[in-house]
Design a protein around this ligand. Structure first.
Ligand SMILES: Cc1cc2nc3c(=O)[nH]c(=O)nc-3n(C[C@H](O)[C@H](O)[C@H](O)COP(=O)(O)OP(=O)(O)OC[C@H]3O[C@@H](n4cnc5c(N)ncnc54)[C@H](O)[C@@H]3O)c2cc1C
Length: 367
């Protein structure tokens, strides 16, 4: 995207600072646009996220822990996405994970060097030192307003106006891009583009109950056995029971680990998450800890545990029509309103990037 392709200083509001929004912001700012990004969360990254918690151990000492409780990693199969990742890879912002020998139940083809052209040949990657790092680097130096929920959009004589749930508004934008999950996008699109809103609402996102837990401390035979299991198997994909993926967070590159403690992130299967979606966090935590105990073959003395319910974690790819999959975005050149995100790009982090690129290409082609 050449700088002279774009109207000098075109002002673009981007709603969402996940992979799609951050990618739009970087691409458009490199093309000469003035971008302003809004995100309702405390930080950027969206579902590429890492939760930090303070917890108190048995001796009453306050400790800190972090868990990648959203996307554990992401798949790379598109040559252009692989080529884009070459720079973050060279700068140490992403790393291959899991290591080829460290996954149990993953098809070997999914974790070994593949036929993806370009320098990023490994199939699965994560951001380092935490999951939001890739989006943080894409957004570096740009105007980003976090903890700001966009409640409505109005098109006025002077351009688009973005109204915030927290109070106040920003106006004078030449274009607005929504880079948010379809259910949230549908609400903002309804008054502007009811057809798009209807299509977005029809895209199904699958839920994911996620357990974060700390085992330890070393010294007992159970704790030692559990720590050894974690070292031997950084990722497991059980094929039965409530859990679909068990990750030893400490096995990930760049993560801080605490001596004698093992940090786990365990994702319930889609079917289990759907069946238990409205249960209380306490009930779900109990059941998922028991499932993790069963998988470890030990009754672990858990030091800390919590759960997170993702109502809209990943795209149900079966709901995407062929037309959606090829278009990857919505763009209305008359009003300069656009939509992108994983749900339009085929799902996942790669889908979010592909969708963002398609939308930016459409916007810049209209200049
Ligand atoms: C548990 C889990 C496991 C996953 N596993 C994988 C995997 O293995 N591989 C893979 O590729 N992907 C995986 N994903 C999916 C991947 O994380 C997403 O596809 C990708 O990160 C989506 O990026 P996005 O920018 O489209 O949306 P998001 O990351 O959801 O970003 C949207 C942003 O918009 C903000 N927002 C929403 N509404 C508003 C509003 N009204 N105003 C302001 N801000 C708003 C949100 O706070 C969010 O930060 C997983 C996700 C989860 C949750």
């Amino acid at each position: 995207m050449e700088k002279d392709q774009v109207q000098a200083g075109m002002r673009v509001a981007i709603v969402g600072a996940g992979m799609a929004g951050a990618s739009c912001a970087r691409m458009l700012s490199e093309a000469g646009c003035q971008v302003t990004v809004f995100d309702k969360s405390r930080g950027v990254g969206g579902r590429m996220t890492t939760r930090r918690v303070d917890w108190t151990d048995a001796a009453g000492v306050t400790r800190q822990a972090s868990f990648d409780h959203g996307a554990p990693c992401f798949e790379v199969s598109d040559p252009d996405f692989a080529a884009f990742l070459a720079v973050p890879h060279a700068q140490g912002q992403i790393a291959p994970w899991p290591p080829a020998s460290g996954a149990v139940g993953l098809a070997a083809a999914a974790v070994q060097a593949s036929d993806v052209p370009g320098s990023v040949a490994h199939r699965q990657w994560l951001a380092t030192p935490d999951m939001p790092a890739l989006c943080r680097s894409l957004l570096a130096g740009l105007t980003v307003h976090t903890r700001q929920t966009v409640q409505s959009l109005q098109r006025k004589a002077g351009g688009w106006c973005v109204t915030l749930a927290e109070g106040g508004s920003f106006s004078g934008f030449d274009a607005v891009l929504l880079a948010i999950p379809p259910q949230q996008a549908a609400a903002l699109l309804e008054p502007q583009q009811p057809d798009w809103a209807q299509q977005a609402a029809a895209l199904t996102m699958l839920p994911d109950w996620t357990l974060m837990a700390i085992s330890g401390a070393a010294g007992t035979s159970t704790a030692t056995a559990v720590a050894e299991a974690a070292r031997a198997v950084p990722v497991a994909l059980p094929d039965s029971g409530p859990l679909a993926m068990i990750v030893c967070n400490d096995s990930k590159p760049g993560r801080t680990s605490l001596a004698g403690l093992t940090h786990w992130v365990a994702h319930a299967s889609t079917a289990w998450s759907q069946a238990h979606l409205e249960e209380s966090a306490e009930q779900v935590q109990q059941q998922l800890l028991r499932a993790l105990d069963d998988w470890l073959g030990a009754s672990v003395r858990w030091q800390y545990a919590t759960v997170h319910r993702w109502r809209y974690a990943t795209l149900q790819t079966a709901c995407v029509t062929e037309a959606d999959a090829t278009a990857r975005h919505y763009w209305d050149r008359a009003t300069r309103l656009g939509v992108c995100g994983d749900a339009w790009g085929g799902g996942g982090v790669q889908g979010a990037w592909l969708s963002a690129r398609a939308l930016c290409t459409a916007l810049l082609a209209d200049q």
